[in-house]
Design a protein around this ligand. Structure first.
Ligand SMILES: Nc1ncnc2c1ncn2[C@@H]1O[C@H](COP(=O)(O)OP(=O)(O)O)[C@@H](O)[C@H]1O
Ligand SMILES: [Mg+2]
Length: 439
């Protein structure tokens, strides 16, 4: 197994430039999870030998690795590419769209991309060995003979950017290109916990029967080879998109906030405040943890009596975890769903992450701007009913909360974009806390 596929220069846009760190990190991740998804006696990689039991193409090549697609099933490969959606630059989206068409019309067969093979050691024709393919076929094969289309499920796997909660996400397709589900695979303590939490969250949200959004349903939850496996129904992300509507987004977020009920309490007396204090105390002793705890203590003095409303939140509601359709919103990635947070957190998160990740804003600047915009941002949630200061307080609490999450998850070590709150929050935090005024 090698991290770097041979023939990296066959990439469509290959030039003399060396592979980027980003590409190297994505391939390293693929290499790490390959041993878990295809355990012995199978082996998987770009240079493995033996009887080939499945074969994938690396799209868009070694310099921009994004996706493994089934090499021998062009219709499934075309569908996998079309339904792949990482937040990315427009040129990449266009390249993928063109690629999907090429694959559908059979041009993929001679594709120059590196081939990732799953092989069996030993004599051909032995009993079927356990791999992620055989596991998911067993878990998702339709009970009862549906149509001939439904046998022989194949996989596509996205290869995401570096972050602590990165995990394999597999698209499960029929060989004719119908998407049967998405499987999220917890591969370490953090991601196993998140996958299990997402299953619970999706059941909670489904039970609330929201009207403004659609969420995936849980098709299967299981453990295999030390992995936590969560298979979800596919949301129809291929339907035509409608224009983004802030009003519809806020209505959906408010509906989520009300799942489990909304309570009101002065900040200092709330369960939220006690939980946040506990989380901050467990963060260790470095500068970031110290600064967050200092901000916490100071907020208690300045705004501890502020009455806030508490409800549920998605926990990672961003433009790349949703799609706007004409009559509903599709919202996925519920692994951080939780209750009892200041109402409006989802709106703050969405605005900030969008500004930084899609808008390319400097994160420290985006923090200040988001705080300055907190009143209109949170008005649809009724946050201003007491005082406009409550909106600023809610946004500030969000930033401390998300920074605590990133530190606890060791996002800095994983190389995540916003993984070092020391760089983007601490420079403005203390001054922003001093701007809070109540009473
Ligand atoms: N149920 C689903 N329906 C449609 N697409 C999905 C579904 N689940 C995941 N995806 C696709 O896979 C990507 C990664 O899944 P996501 O749940 O966002 O995982 P992560 O936690 O790794 O961000 C999504 O951005 C989306 O493109
Ligand atoms: Mg996601």
């Amino acid at each position: 197994m090698t991290a770097v596929p041979p023939g990296g220069t066959t990439d469509a846009d290959a030039d003399a430039a060396p592979a980027t760190d980003d590409a190297a990190l994505r391939l390293r991740h693929l290499n790490e999870v390959a041993g878990l998804l295809w355990p012995a006696p199978a082996s998987a990689g770009f240079d493995v030998r033996g009887e080939v039991i499945s074969e994938y193409l690396l799209v868009l090549g070694a310099r921009r690795p994004r996706l493994l697609i089934p090499a021998r099933h062009p219709r499934a490969a075309a569908a996998a590419v079309r339904r792949y959606a990482e937040p990315g630059v427009v040129t990449q989206r266009l390249a993928l769209r063109g690629l999907s068409t090429a694959l559908r019309t059979g041009l993929g067969a001679g594709a120059p991309w590196p081939r990732f093979r799953v092989c069996l050691d030993g004599a051909p024709g032995g009993p079927e060995v356990a791999t992620i393919e055989t596991y998911l076929r067993g878990a998702l094969a339709p009970g009862g003979a549906d149509t001939a289309d439904d046998d022989d499920l194949v996989l596509s796997m996205s290869i995401g950017p570096a972050r602590a909660n990165r995990k394999p996400v597999l698209q499960v397709l029929t060989r004719y290109g119908r998407t049967v589900g998405f499987a999220k695979i917890g591969v370490n303590e953090l991601t196993r916990t998140l996958a299990a939490a997402e299953a619970d969250s999706l059941r909670t949200v489904a039970a609330a029967a929201p009207r403004h959004l659609i969420v995936p349903s849980v098709l299967h939850q299981g453990r295999w080879n030390g992995l936590e496996i969560l298979a979800l129904s596919p949301l129809p992300i291929w339907l035509p998109r409608a224009r983004h509507s802030t009003a519809r987004l806020r209505a959906a977020m408010l509906e989520v906030a009300e799942i489990g009920g909304v309570t009101t309490a002065p900040l200092r007396d709330s369960r939220y405040w006690a939980d946040l204090g506990r989380r901050l105390r467990s963060l260790g002793t470095d500068d970031t943890a110290g600064a967050l705890r200092e901000a916490y203590a100071r907020i208690s003095e300045r705004a501890g009596d502020a009455p806030l409303r508490y409800g549920s939140w998605h926990g990672d509601w961003t433009p790349w975890n949703m799609a706007t359709l004409r009559d509903t919103l599709l919202v996925w990635d519920w692994e951080r769903f939780g209750g009892g947070v200041p109402v409006g957190f989802d709106a703050v998160h969405y605005t900030f992450q969008d500004a930084v990740v899609r808008g390319g804003s400097d994160p420290a600047v985006a923090v200040t701007r988001t705080l300055d915009d907190a009143v209109p941002l949170l008005a649809p949630f009724g946050v201003t009913s007491h005082e406009s200061a409550a909106a600023r307080l809610t946004a500030l609490l969000y930033f401390i909360d998300i920074a605590a999450r990133y530190v606890a998850d060791r996002q800095a070590e994983a190389g995540a974009r916003l993984g070092r709150p020391r760089e983007w929050l601490l420079p403005v935090l203390a001054a922003q806390v001093e701007r809070l005024h109540f009473g």
